[in-house]
Design a protein around this ligand. Structure first.
Ligand code: HMG
Ligand code: MG
Length: 310
């Protein structure tokens, strides 16, 4: 018997815990703690750390301190720090704080969008067109997110053709990367690949990232299937922080530590120091008075490393 897995030598991991994770915390996390958390993440070898979100503080009070946090972090050369921007007001605030990379977002579901950003898909794109125009004029790089790519909390099944259309519009708006989000963690490897198959008809595979919430324990399997499909960029959240306040029941993202353990164990380079990453996850969950949700983060130090002998 033999087997064949078509896997890359290197994967880019995008850390979203400081934004996707902390946006959903019921208790406030003080700005200096967020800054210390992001600075610790910068010391792990991560090349992309989503730092915060310039959305309405009425909608997401947890990140109302976005400007204060972004100004205070120590930006490491070679690391990018995208910030979420929903509209022109958010773009102004991001520019004032000195952001040079933003992330715009839209869903493949009108119902989800109305709850999350108070707009239909098309109306959100009208706002985002203005954001993209300003970003281009100011030389700011744009990342894009498509939410609900494998299911919607309000509409149920999602037409992958709509996912492809939203992703293609972001591509045309100049996004350097488009992250496909399973916001409520309903996907399976088969569905993830069917969705990717639809999207790559319109958007080049090398521009795509995947973003799986781990609500039903499928995230790591979905990543493996996406890697075999040819995706090379994966979003994750240290300590499994996260969720979306406008998607009831959505749990945290795939935990970055567990992802990196799998990648390194498959001889895939990430440039990340796993122990430093675990320490960053333990730091932020310790500040919040709880244990990390990652499997690796909960293992005692002596049991984290495993040496393969064959
Ligand atoms: P709205 O209420 O329709 O906005 O919200 P508005 O334009 O009518 O403004 C209302 C007030 O908010 C005004 O103030 C604005 O100035 C202010 P007032 O005149 O009443 O004093 N305002 C702002 N203030 C600061 N920054 C801003 C801003 N915008 C307006 N940027 C809006 C529309 C889009 C603003 C709102 O719905 C919003 O902020 N939503 C964000 C929700 C959110 O952040 N959700 C989570 C992120 S998405 C996610 O997690 C999914 C992802 O992880 C991928 C996945 O998992 O699928 C990315
Ligand atoms: Mg998310």
């Amino acid at each position: 018997m033999s087997f064949s897995l078509t896997l890359p030598d290197r994967v880019k991991v995008v850390e979203v815990g400081a934004r996707d994770g902390l946006q959903n915390e019921p208790d406030p996390v003080p700005a200096p703690t967020k800054v210390e958390f992001i600075d610790r993440l910068s010391g792990t070898g991560l090349a992309c750390i989503e730092a915060t979100s310039f959305v309405s503080p009425t909608w997401i009070p947890q990140l109302a301190d976005a400007g204060e946090v972004f100004r205070a972090i120590t930006r490491k050369p070679g690391v990018s720090y995208p910030v979420l921007v929903p509209n022109e007001r958010g773009m102004e605030r991001a520019l004032e704080a000195g952001a040079d990379t933003i992330a715009i977002f839209n869903a493949a579901s009108d119902s989800f969008n109305r709850k999350n950003i108070n707009a239909s898909i098309d109306d959100a794109f009208k706002r985002l067109a203005r954001v993209a125009e300003i970003a281009q004029a100011e030389n700011v790089a744009i990342r894009g997110y498509v939410s609900c790519v494998l299911g919607c909390p309000y509409e149920g099944e999602i037409d992958y053709g709509v996912v492809a259309r939203v992703a293609a519009t972001m591509d045309a708006m100049g996004c350097y990367e488009i992250s496909l989000g399973d916001t409520i963690g309903v996907g399976t490897p088969l569905r993830a690949c069917r969705m990717l198959e639809a999207v790559v008809r319109d958007v080049s595979l090398d521009k795509l990232a995947v973003h799986f919430h781990d609500t039903r324990g499928q995230a790591l399997a979905n990543v493996l299937a996406s890697l075999e499909f040819g995706v090379r960029t994966v979003d994750a959240s240290v300590a499994g922080l996260g969720g979306c306040p406008y998607a009831e029941g959505a749990s945290g993202n795939l935990a970055t530590e567990d992802l990196v353990y799998m990648l390194h164990g498959m001889e895939i380079d990430t440039g990340i120091d796993l122990e430093a990453l675990i320490a960053a996850g333990r730091y932020i969950t310790g500040q919040m008075g709880r244990a990390p949700a990652s499997r690796l983060g909960r293992l005692p130090e002596g049991r984290r490393r495993h040496r393969y002998t064959t």
